[in-house]
Write a protein that binds this ligand. Structure first.
Ligand SMILES: [Zn+2]
Length: 382
């Protein structure tokens, strides 16, 4: 009897408490809430994977409304808005994140970086720069500097870009010495023609920063040529061609021109011929044809024929046909016009990163802004 009584004493209050809890808590509702948030999130993810960005945005907005404290969803939503080009909405999401007092320092840096990218994409470079500068001395410092580099390049502020590239290479990021040498060359190119000493100083600095880079050494040779020092110009081009054989096609036309001006045509001719036998190229063929003609060494047509035996080139075939007599000579202009039209695209340079084609060689692609993405050979030889 004693035992039964003690159970009743414990059981009655317990039943009361359970009944009260059941009235306050709808278990069914709780189960639904627990499921809804992941469902909207996974729906959003599924839409993203199917590249349905509009539906993904709707699903993430629903998920964010159900759980406004989740920062990851805000980040996903903000980045989606930016990718869709809806910069104002992206900025609002990231500013809302930054305004939250409960955000961890790591997430605060991420939100600031994301906000800077929103401004960058929207073209508000000063506001982007302002936010990126606040990320120096944080774990996102490298990403911030890369974005700053993008801003300085877009505004063609080469001195500021050079400073950031220097900081990146000092912090252990590889490959920024060559980039810095490009910036110094760009700076040199903006100077007026009479600023010879200043230009030389910048180009020499570019050579020191990246001794393996081709551009500053070529620019230095061009500077000597512009100042009338043909001997130094030829010597610089020649030693660059010997050190960087891959770039001989780009250097060959200038080499032929300088060699002719200084009575060193035979020496340069023989060097180019040796190079062409190992690695034939259209520009070297044309430089050799120029020198052949000036020196009276061989007729131009046989130079093109030799090239054709090694490479099936339409450019070389067109050049060969120019001195070949036709049975129907009156048809020559029409035939040459058609051939020139076919040859023209083959003489272009093509960016290896985006495929943008141009009549001349670029160190920075005008299409995708990549550096050193143009191979020094024509489209026909790629
Ligand atoms: Zn490109």
């Amino acid at each position: 009897m004693e035992l039964d009584l003690s159970w009743a004493l414990v059981g009655l209050p317990l039943a009361f408490v359970l009944g009260w809890l059941a009235s306050r808590l709808d278990l069914r509702q709780l189960r639904i809430e627990n499921r809804t948030q992941p469902k909207a999130y996974f729906q959003g993810l599924n839409h993203l994977l199917n590249e349905q960005q509009d539906q993904a945005i709707d699903a993430f907005i629903e998920a964010v409304q159900q759980d406004p404290d989740t920062s990851e969803l805000h980040f996903a939503l903000g980045n989606l808005f930016r990718r869709r080009g809806e910069f104002e909405r992206a900025v609002r999401v990231h500013e809302h994140l930054l305004a939250r007092a409960d955000l961890s320092p790591g997430d605060r840096h991420r939100a600031r970086h994301a906000l800077a990218l929103d401004f960058l994409k929207a073209g508000l470079l000063d506001r982007a720069e302002e936010n990126l500068r606040l990320l120096v001395d944080t774990p996102l410092q490298s990403q911030a500097r890369l974005a700053l580099l993008n801003i300085h390049e877009r505004s063609r502020d080469w001195a500021a870009a050079g400073e950031v590239a220097h900081q990146l290479s000092q912090s252990g990021e590889a490959g920024f010495e060559v980039r810095r040498s490009h910036y110094l060359c760009e700076q040199a190119a903006t100077l007026p023609p009479e600023a010879h000493a200043q230009r030389m100083a910048l180009l020499n600095q570019a050579c020191e920063v990246a001794p393996q880079a081709v551009r500053p050494r070529l620019a230095l040779a061009d500077e000597y040529q512009a100042q009338g020092d043909q001997a130094s110009a030829l010597q610089h081009r020649l030693s660059l061609a010997q050190a960087m054989p891959r770039f001989v096609p780009l250097l060959a036309p200038g080499l032929a021109q300088l060699a002719l001006a200084q009575d060193r045509a035979k020496e340069v001719h023989d060097w180019l011929l040796e190079h062409a036998q190992a690695s034939p190229s259209l520009d070297v063929m044309e430089a050799l044809a120029t020198l052949d003609q000036a020196l009276g060494l061989a007729d131009v047509q046989s130079r093109y024929a030799q090239h054709l035996q090694k490479e099936p080139s339409l450019v070389a075939a067109r050049a060969w046909l120019a001195s070949e007599p036709f049975t129907h000579e009156s048809e020559r202009p029409a035939i040459e016009r058609a051939l020139d039209r076919a040859v023209q695209p083959l003489r272009r340079y093509r960016c290896a990163a985006c495929g943008f084609e141009a009549q001349r060689h670029f160190w920075q692609c005008p299409g995708c802004q990549a550096w050193d993405s143009y191979p020094p050979r024509r489209v026909e030889e790629l």
